[in-house]
Design a protein around this ligand. Structure first.
Ligand code: ES4
Ligand code: ZN
Length: 324
């Protein structure tokens, strides 16, 4: 099964580029930029990667991102992720980035997006890996900050396919971003939002009905609501599920309890993704292997998961045809 997973062409739809910052690169960039980290070594940092909730992870994730200062840093970060894509036979990916994490520290929006974009161009020519960018708003910050970020993105609109919503789900429901999502939609962006990761199924309904998203990121709490499960199936609303993320953050205690196979068997358009692979212990193949092992999946199940990701992607019809 490991070989089968390796050779299966894959599409990744839920990946935070800041969450692909490996401890080794974090230390290298800290040194390059003269930033001191509160850890003595790579090993000590890795020891700290033990989470009991989304928030306990986010605290380290935002701290780690502070080593990213210059365009070259964002290029190196993104190129390192594309090398993992190549090793994992990921042929298309949709990369999320959090501009507010950087602009709040005085790093220009241009620095962030130019570094990422140059890596995307190189990945296409060097590895034949296509990609799209998803700009996420941090939901723990206010509406005005999100609108300001949307304004800052204006000159780079051709480089950004979609906007999304991430960070702390508890206490920051979709309603808070109804107006900024309406503005983004009017400007022609596709829309996604994290919902039903730690928060209730109602957040999935509200992301669909109020934010008008094209996909739900995570969405695993949908199984608490039978009517929502039927709706997701009938509408073929995609869920970008992240198995290793869910067990690391204790959304499910054990992988054997994960509901991705149940949802797949109900005909829901579920997909497999790595979320923050440097923090959660694995890239795409690791995520596929973890569910295949724990849930006794068939090859047909794995092929269906991969086909779902092609269908759910924001790639052009031409590109979808080429990779399916
Ligand atoms: C995230 Cl796993 C997860 N959930 C919400 N926001 C995030 N940002 C980065 N990873
Ligand atoms: Zn995520």
């Amino acid at each position: 099964m490991k070989r089968f997973i390796q050779q299966l062409p894959k599409v990744e739809l839920h990946l935070h580029i800041e969450g692909s910052l490996e401890p080794e690169l974090m230390f290298e960039l800290a040194k390059r930029n003269g930033i001191s980290l509160p850890y003595a070594s790579v090993e000590q940092l890795k020891q700290a990667y033990q989470f009991d909730s989304l928030q306990s992870f986010l605290d380290l994730y935002y701290q780690g991102a502070q080593v990213l200062l210059n365009e070259q840093d964002f290029f190196d970060l993104t190129m390192a992720y594309f090398k993992r894509c190549q090793a994992n036979n990921v042929v298309h990916c949709e990369i999320m980035f959090d501009p507010q994490t950087h602009t709040a520290r005085g790093v220009d929006f241009a620095t962030v997006i130019n570094g990422i974009h140059k890596a995307q161009q190189q990945a296409l020519t060097q590895f034949n890996i296509s990609s799209e960018l998803i700009m996420c708003f941090l939901r723990h910050l206010d509406e005005a900050d999100a609108i300001n970020t949307l304004d800052q993105a204006q000159p780079y609109k051709p480089l950004i396919k979609a906007v999304g919503l991430d960070s702390s789900e508890m206490g920051h429901p979709p309603q808070k971003f109804e107006r900024v999502f309406a503005l983004a939609k009017a400007q022609g962006y596709r829309l996604v939002a994290h919902a039903g990761e730690e928060g209730p199924a109602q957040n999935i309904w509200d992301s669909i009905e109020l934010l008008k998203v094209d996909r739900i990121d995570h969405g695993v709490r949908a199984s608490d609501d039978e009517r929502l499960m039927d709706y997701l199936q009938s509408q073929q609303m995609p869920l970008t599920v992240c198995p290793l993320s869910n067990t690391k953050l204790k959304v499910f205690e054990h992988m054997a309890q994960h509901n991705i196979l149940t949802m797949l068997q109900k005909g829901i358009c579920v997909t497999v993704n790595s979320d923050d692979p440097a923090y959660f212990g694995g890239y795409m193949n690791d995520n596929f292997e973890a569910i295949a092992d724990a849930l006794a999946m068939t090859r047909e199940n794995l092929i269906q998961l991969s086909h779902n990701a092609v269908d759910a992607s924001f790639a052009s019809d031409e590109r979808k045809h080429a990779i399916k």
